[in-house]
Ligand binder design. Structure first.
Ligand code: DQA
Length: 137
């Protein structure tokens, strides 16, 4: 089972950025916990602040991997390109958001990813990534 977590812009600041919303653990530390919890999964991680790099990564893994866990962060709400990439690939995508995007500003309620995602998890904090991995097992 080959899964990848793809994180979008500003998620490299997890642990430092608005900790009251996103928590105080860095994703690198949390990723180590995930690797320890899911030893049977070949789990990789990619983060970029650049829209095109996220699209390139989706194309690269999207015909080969068993699952993609995608938190496109702010691009969720703006990127037709990432939405089209998710639609165009074969690997199932689970969309994750750390925060409850429906309990925040109105602009966060729309997602270009959700219509083509197999499932969506939001509001569970970093645990959402753990739940997303479980959804593929
Ligand atoms: C986020 C929610 C987005 O609205 C926001 O732009 C992010 C993070 C989340 O994980 O809660 O950067 O995707």
């Amino acid at each position: 089972m080959k899964l990848i977590i793809i994180n979008g812009p500003n998620l490299n600041l997890l642990g430092k950025r608005e900790p009251e919303i996103y928590g105080s653990i860095s994703f690198e530390d949390y990723f180590k916990e995930l690797q320890a919890s899911f030893k049977q999964v070949e789990l990789s991680y990619f983060q970029s602040n650049i829209e095109g790099e996220i699209i390139d990564k989706l194309h690269e893994v999207g015909f080969d991997y068993d699952g993609i866990i995608l938190n496109a962060a702010a691009y969720t709400h703006t990127s037709v390109g990432i939405g089209d990439a998710v639609k165009g690939i074969e690997t199932p995508v689970v969309e994750v958001h750390v925060s409850n995007i429906h309990a925040r500003e109105a602009f966060r309620e729309h997602s270009y990813i959700s219509p083509n995602a197999n499932g969506v998890l939001f509001g569970f904090g970093l645990k959402g990534y753990d739940l997303a991995i479980h959804s593929f097992l």
